[in-house]
Design a protein around this ligand. Structure first.
Ligand code: 5AD
Ligand code: SF4
Ligand code: FES
Length: 308
C-alpha cells in the first residue's frame, strides 16, 4: 500500500502547488493566557492540572508583543489562550481594535463564546477564528470534553461563519478510541463546513492528564489526514502544526510537502513559553521568542519554498 501513500502525498502536494503556489504563509502566535475553565481530557491546560504554573499576559503586554510581531514583517497576529473568563469582552474588543491599528490581520483562538461576543469581536476588527472541532464523532467528542457538547462546538463554528470570519476547524489524529471511520467523519464534517483553515495535529499524551497512559498519533496518520484534507478542500489554508514538529524533527517540513501551506511561529514571550504546555515535549519553548522566525525561514527555504 506504500505506493498508494506516495501517490496520495504527491497528489495533495500538486493541488497545494496549483492552488496556493510555493509561498508559505506565516502566522505569529501569542499564547497570552494558560488559564482554562475547561477540563478536556487530553490537554495539559485543563483546569484539574494543578501541576501547571499559570500565567496571564496583561492587555498592554499583549499589544506590545503584537507591535513587535508586526515590526518583524509578520502580517497575521494570532491571539490564543485557554478559555479564560478573566478577560472580559470589552478587554478583548479593546485589544483587537488596538492590534488592528498595526495593519495586521487578527486571528482569535480563545474557545467557545456566545454569538454576541463573536459579533462584537468581529466588529472590533477580528478577521479569523480558530476553533478546531477536535473530532467530528459525537460520542468521542463527548467523552473527551466532559464540560462541552459537540452541538455547541458546531453552533460556534457556524455562528463564526455567518458573521463573516474566516474559520479554522480541524481535528487531532490518533486520539484514544478514534477509529479510521471517525477520521473519515472528520473529513465529511469539514467538507460540509467548508472552513477556510484546517489545523490537524497528532494527539500527544500529556502525563498530567487522564490520558497519560494512552498512545499518541503517528506521523504517517497525520500526514495522511493533511493530504486528504488538501484534496477535499483545495483552497484551504492548512498549517504544518507545532504538534507535528514535536513528534518528528522534520514533521513540519513533511507536512508542507503533503498539502500544508502555513506555519505558525511561536511568538509568545518568555518566561511564559514553557507554561503553554498543551502536550509534553513541545518544541521551541526554551528558545528566544524571536528565534522561531529565522528558524522557520531556513526550514522552509530548505525545501524550496519561500515565506511571505
Ligand atoms: N496533543 C495534541 N494536541 C493537543 N491540543 C490540546 N491538547 C493536545 C494534546 N495533548 C490541541 C487541540 C487544541 C489545540 C490548541 O491544541 O486540538 O484545539
Ligand atoms: Fe482548555 Fe482548549 Fe485545553 Fe480544552 S483544549 S482544556 S478548552 S485550552
Ligand atoms: Fe521555533 Fe525552530 S521553529 S525554534
Amino acid at each position: 500500500m506504500e505506493i498508494f501513500q506516495d501517490k496520495l502525498y504527491a497528489l495533495a502536494d500538486s493541488i497545494r502547488a496549483r492552488e496556493k503556489g510555493d509561498v508559505v504563509y506565516l502566522r505569529g502566535i501569542i499564547e497570552f493566557s494558560n488559564y482554562c475553565r475547561r477540563n478536556c481530557l487530553y490537554c495539559g491546560l485543563r483546569r484539574d492540572n494543578t501541576k501547571l504554573g499559570r500565567y496571564r499576559m496583561s492587555p498592554e503586554e499583549i499589544i506590545k508583543r503584537a507591535k513587535e510581531i508586526a515590526a518583524l514583517g509578520i502580517k497575521t497576529v494570532v491571539l490564543q489562550s485557554g478559555e479564560d473568563p478573566y478577560y472580559k469582552l470589552k478587554d478583548l474588543v479593546g485589544m483587537v481594535s488596538r492590534i488592528k491599528e498595526l495593519g495586521v490581520y487578527v486571528t482569535l483562538s480563545i474557545g467557545e463564546l456566545s454569538t454576541h461576543a463573536y459579533r462584537e469581536l468581529k466588529k472590533a476588527g477580528a478577521d479569523r477564528y480558530l476553533l478546531r472541532h477536535e473530532t467530528a464523532n459525537r460520542k468521542l467528542y463527548e467523552v473527551l470534553h466532559p464540560d462541552g457538547s459537540f452541538e455547541n462546538r458546531v453552533r460556534c463554528l457556524y455562528a463564526l461563519k455567518d458573521l463573516g470570519y474566516e474559520v479554522g476547524a480541524g481535528n487531532m489524529v490518533g486520539l484514544p478510541g478514534q477509529t479510521d471511520d471517525m477520521l473519515w467523519e472528520d473529513l465529511l464534517f469539514m467538507e460540509k463546513l467548508q472552513p477556510e483553515m484546517v489545523g490537524i495535529g497528532p494527539f500527544i499524551p500529556h502525563p498530567d492528564t487522564p490520558l497519560a497512559k494512552e498512545k499518541g498519533g503517528t506521523l504517517e496518520q497525520t500526514l495522511t489526514m493533511i493530504a486528504l484534507t488538501r484534496i477535499i478542500l483545495p483552497k484551504a489554508n492548512i498549517p504544518a502544526t507545532t504538534a507535528l514538529g514535536t513528534i518528528h524533527p522534520e514533521g513540519r517540513e513533511l507536512g508542507l510537502k503533503v498539502g500544508a501551506n502555513v506555519v505558525m511561529p511561536n511568538m509568545t514571550p518568555q518566561p511564559y513559553r514553557p507554561l503553554y504546555q498543551l502536550y509534553p515535549g513541545k518544541i521551541c519553548v526554551n528558545e528566544d521568542p524571536d528565534a522561531c522566525l529565522p528558524c522557520l525561514k531556513r526550514r522552509i527555504e530548505s525545501i524550496g519554498r519561500t515565506i511571505i
